[in-house]
Write a protein that binds this ligand. Sequence first.
Ligand SMILES: [Zn+2]
Ligand SMILES: [Zn+2]
Ligand SMILES: [Zn+2]
Ligand SMILES: [Zn+2]
Ligand SMILES: [Zn+2]
Length: 455
Amino acid sequence: MASEDPIPDSGSDPYQTPTLAFKQTLCFSCWDISSNLSRCIACKRVSYCSKKCQKQDWNRNHKKICKKLIALNKRKEYVSPFGRHWGDYYEEQALLLHCTHVKEIIKLILAVSYEPYCYHCYRRESQLEDGARLNVCQYCLLTLFCPSCQQTHPSAECATLQNIATDDKIMVDLRRRTGKSSTISFTKFPRKQHVPLSSATDWYDYYTRLSDMGGFRSKMNRDLKYQANDPKEREFVEYIRYGTNTTTIQLTLIAALEATIPDISTRGSINLHIIGAAGAEFSSVPAFEELLHLLPSLTALQISFVGLDVSEDLKDDTETQKSHTLQCCTTCTKMGRSISITTWRGPYHAYVDTKFYKTPDLAAAFHSGFSVEQQAEWGPTIKYLALAPHPTLFTAARYFEIQGEMGVWKNLGAEFVKNAEVNKWKGMSPSLSVCGDKPNEVTYPNYWWYIVKQR
Ligand SMILES: [Zn+2]
Ligand SMILES: [Zn+2]
Ligand SMILES: [Zn+2]
Ligand SMILES: [Zn+2]
Ligand SMILES: [Zn+2]
């Protein structure tokens, strides 16, 4: 493949490493597909296409985790050739990660969590008899089978996983060409008349009727799968589907604004607070222009990103707040429309007491996960939001998070503008669950949503 292209630095963001690389069907360093990948002989948990790639990854990342992976391998339990239950496999995984106190090394956690194992008997390769190897499903490249088990898995599941393989290729291609892992596509020209997003039934309807991809109406299906044979058009549609994982943020916000502001179609200005903003929100910033493009009366959009993950270079105390104006398209600029962005590093309940705080029209916390992690940090903010003077949108990828969150809100006496339900504007690119309830479980960004009512 394209060996002349610069090798992406997979060390900078572990979450942006292709899943296929963890499954050892891509070179862990340059992310090329190769039929003769060779493994790190010490840990056997990463594969490379060449000595050069191996050396590069060793210096960049692998030397930090190889020894730890070897230690994990030594902890393997005996498993009967008849296999075991998913729960037993999962427990062993959790134990491995817990025992080694490696919680801080995300890449290591992912290498273990996404490790290849037999789909039917849940044995990893080191647990097979006589050095037997796992075979990979030739369609999805993500499911593996030991030689003693059936060599198939359900076709619907395989089809879903094939999207991950497609998306991995898109991501690698993007990183090579642009240095970024995400692609952003939104409505090219601002709409002249307001058409409520709530009138669209799904992403397909949004793209072909509200946005400007009407020309693709007959060329893709409702799942945004391309239906014809032109390779350039196919690639474009695949990028569009992949891009929904970024613009899910903006469309979900527009849907929430429509649900909470009765006169949204005539509003000239909107003030948004994004709580707990992190990587996903920041990389989607250019797509905030979609709010201007779908809401024609809007001329001034003010967005404040507040949270502990607001990056160090944006760090501020209560004395100052960083602010900048987002460059809009020429049409919007000519019309005098603007998007102003401010950032403040710290917990939201503390931001409320600063001189910068202005009651927003809507606050939003995407994938806060407040019921399962960082409870100490989120606790006071959630308590505040239960009785805040504005509505707050929440999203989560998995149902058990929603269940946990509902329990918390109930105790705080919160009420809802919108009860928890599946979000029409969830991202359409699946990712393999790191700790699923069953093998090959996938999640979608912003799958669930609800809106807490203002007081
Ligand atoms: Zn390579
Ligand atoms: Zn190694
Ligand atoms: Zn098996
Ligand atoms: Zn498959
Ligand atoms: Zn514009």
